[in-house]
Design a protein around this ligand. Structure first.
Ligand code: NAD
Length: 481
């Protein structure tokens, strides 16, 4: 199985190689096979990408927004037409089952391109009457933006950053995760085929040091990172040195609260989606499932029965519901957390083992207490912790007792209670009687350590444009000297 791209990087509208860069491989996590060999960007490659972006950006910003939108729209159509091919590539690079990638990855990237294609021409400023004088505002692009991605939703992350950046007149240099380098290159090809001028979307490969080289470059006006909290701290600090704008989409340890009046089948389904989809490698996952003690046994019975039926196996078989984790390192990490859960006294009711290679069974712990490691740290694997609660105030206090604040969910038929609770939850995204749905129309991002800024929705405009205020004097200048 090969998914070798024409070269490692995509700069100025074409593939570029520099074999002086450190060689690295992309592996298919289901089998460990090498699917591509690439090189990390050298300083010369980073320079080439930033120079191409800086050269191309001003002309792009000067184009009518409807024209920029038309190109993005065309890219969305190409992406949809190639959905299967892109999904197979994403499955090979991440190990996520084709059943998922066919509906969740490139498709959601295409949604973002369509949404921001339509949004671009609607952006206007304000006029501000000041009596005799007036002022107005202009929404201007930031200039050159740097995007840095995580490995769980590679093409989605690339498109969620490229679509608003390009729609609003910016250029982007994107560095995918070194674990999943391939699909960002496919996105670059598609944008180019759709008519995007050279230099506006560039892809450079490599690990943290390549990301850091982008973040510290004075030509970069804005940095958007999707990654873990420790990386976020470093990138945010480095961006602060240059007073650069940031969007930080970081990790979480989100609560999902199930009340006694909830539709239990729906709540169980949501808890499973929010812990096992993408083998649990989703930042917003509701990994702390708080269940009312009154329905705890019924909830667990349904949960365990359905979890045992999850079909794990060959990700390329469309009947497979769960694939491996992204890498052996990640599988080891997750198994380490499972061992820790057992050692700290949580009760393992389902899963817990690795059948082979990077695969880890869907795992459910109950009798989990708030102080256990599995209830405090982001595991990023298929490990659900079920915690019992007795009343509303108690569960809100416990749900909020974390440094993270990415997402939260509540299941109840009492809508007054649902709204009251989400009003008190410290999270950037909340779901009522649903979980993990992130349509492009809805702003997405975290509070507390989970992040800064928002992607998607109208909110993205704030993060890919800046406001220029223009004061217009309409009379004589009133100078006292
Ligand atoms: P990571 O933090 O290890 O890496 C993220 C990216 O940052 C990679 O491209 C990496 O090469 C780069 N990087 C690392 N050090 C850097 C540095 N010093 N300067 C610049 N770039 C650097 O994260 P990961 O393991 O790839 O992804 C998993 C994490 O991402 C989880 O914590 C998950 O919650 C988070 N995530 C968040 C969201 C969100 O939208 N909030 C979405 C997906 C994943």
């Amino acid at each position: 199985m090969r998914a070798q791209p024409k070269a490692s990087h995509f700069i100025g509208g074409r593939y570029v190689e520099d074999d002086q860069g450190t060689a690295f491989e992309s592996l298919y996590p289901a089998t460990g096979e090498v699917i591509a060999r690439l090189h990390s960007a050298t300083p010369a490659i980073v320079e080439q990408a930033l120079a191409a972006a800086a050269d191309a950006q001003a002309d792009w910003a000067a184009r009518p927004p409807v024209e920029r939108g038309r190109i993005l729209h065309r890219a969305a159509q190409i992406m949809r037409a190639r959905n299967r091919e892109l999904s197979v590539l994403e499955t090979l690079d991440t190990g996520k089952p084709l059943q998922e990638t066919l509906v969740a990855d490139a498709a959601s990237g295409a949604d973002a391109l369509e949404y921001f294609a339509g949004f671009a021409p609607t952006v206007t400023g304000q006029t501000i009457p000041l009596g005799r004088d007036m002022a107005y505002t202009l929404r201007e692009p930031m200039g050159v933006c740097a995007g840095i991605g995580a490995w769980n939703y590679p093409i989605q992350i690339a498109a969620w950053k490229a679509a608003p950046a390009l729609a609003f007149g910016n250029a982007l240099v994107f560095k995918p995760s070194e674990v999943t380098p391939l699909s960002a290159l496919a996105l670059a090809e598609i944008l180019t085929e759709a008519g995007l001028p050279a230099g506006l979307f560039n892809v450079v490969q490599g690990a943290g040091e390549v990301g850091a080289a982008l973040v510290s470059d004075p030509r970069v006006a804005k940095v958007s990172l999707t990654g873990s909290v420790p990386t976020g701290r470093k990138v945010y600090a480095q961006a602060a040195e240059g007073i650069r704008a940031v969007t930080m989409e970081l990790g979480g340890k989100s609560p999902l609260i199930v009340f006694e009046d909830a539709d239990l089948d729906n709540a169980v389904g949501a808890a499973m989606l929010g812990n096992f989809y993408s083998s649990g490698q989703i930042c917003t996952n509701g990994t702390r499932v708080f269940v009312s003690r009154k329905v705890l046994n019924a909830f667990l019975e349904k949960l365990v029965a359905r979890t045992k039926r999850i079909v794990m196996g060959d990700p390329l078989d469309e009947a497979t519901q769960m694939g491996p984790l992204v890498s052996a390192v990640q599988a080891e990490r997750v198994l380490g957390y499972i061992a820790r859960g057992v050692a700290e006294g949580a009760r393992l009711v389902c899963g817990g083992k690795s059948p082979s290679g990077c695969f880890v069974e869907p795992t459910v712990f109950t009798d989990v207490t708030d102080d256990m490691t599995i209830a405090r740290e982001e595991i990023f694997g298929p490990v659900m912790s079920v915690l019992a609660f007795d009343d509303e105030d108690e569960v809100i206090t416990r749900a909020n007792a974390t440094d993270y604040g990415l997402a939260a969910g509540v299941f109840t038929r009492d809508l007054t209670r649902a709204h009251r609770i989400v009003g008190r939850l410290q999270a950037g995204t909340c779901w009522i009687n649903a979980y993990n749905l992130t349509p492009v129309e809805m702003p997405f991002g975290g509070v507390k350590s989970s992040g800064v800024g928002r992607e998607n929705g109208h909110a993205a405009l704030e993060h890919y444009t800046r406001v220029k205020s223009v004061y217009v004097g309409m009379g004589d200048v009133d100078a006292p000297y």
